[in-house]
Design a protein around this ligand. Structure first.
Ligand code: CU
Length: 98
């Protein structure tokens, strides 16, 4: 049985989170996202964040309405990451990791 793409990409995301990132991330923030309608929205947000300078790793979950971003605070701020998500058409705020 083939795993749905969604689950595969989610699993990949979680695994990547455990690896040492390419950029020197010194902070990981969780963002609660509003406005996602499907997994396409989640992957759109993921690619926008990934191409942002200073971002080392990104996991976006449509199901949990969450983005988990590891980044370098010398290059980018949580505020700027929220602005990137807003530009993509969604709203976001920093939330606590469970
Ligand atoms: Cu969508």
């Amino acid at each position: 049985m083939k795993l749905p793409l969604v689950i595969v990409s989610l699993l990949n995301g979680w695994m990547l989170l455990g690896q040492s990132p390419t950029a020197a991330a010194n902070r990981t923030n969780w963002f609660k996202i509003s406005g996602m309608h499907c997994n396409g929205c989640a992957s759109g947000i993921r690619s926008e964040l990934r191409r942002t300078a200073g971002v080392a790793d990104v996991t976006v979950s449509f199901t949990n309405k969450l983005a988990i971003v590891a980044y370098d605070t010398n290059s980018v701020s949580a505020k700027q990451l929220i602005a990137v998500i807003k530009e993509a058409g969604y709203s976001a705020k920093v939330t606590k990791a469970p």
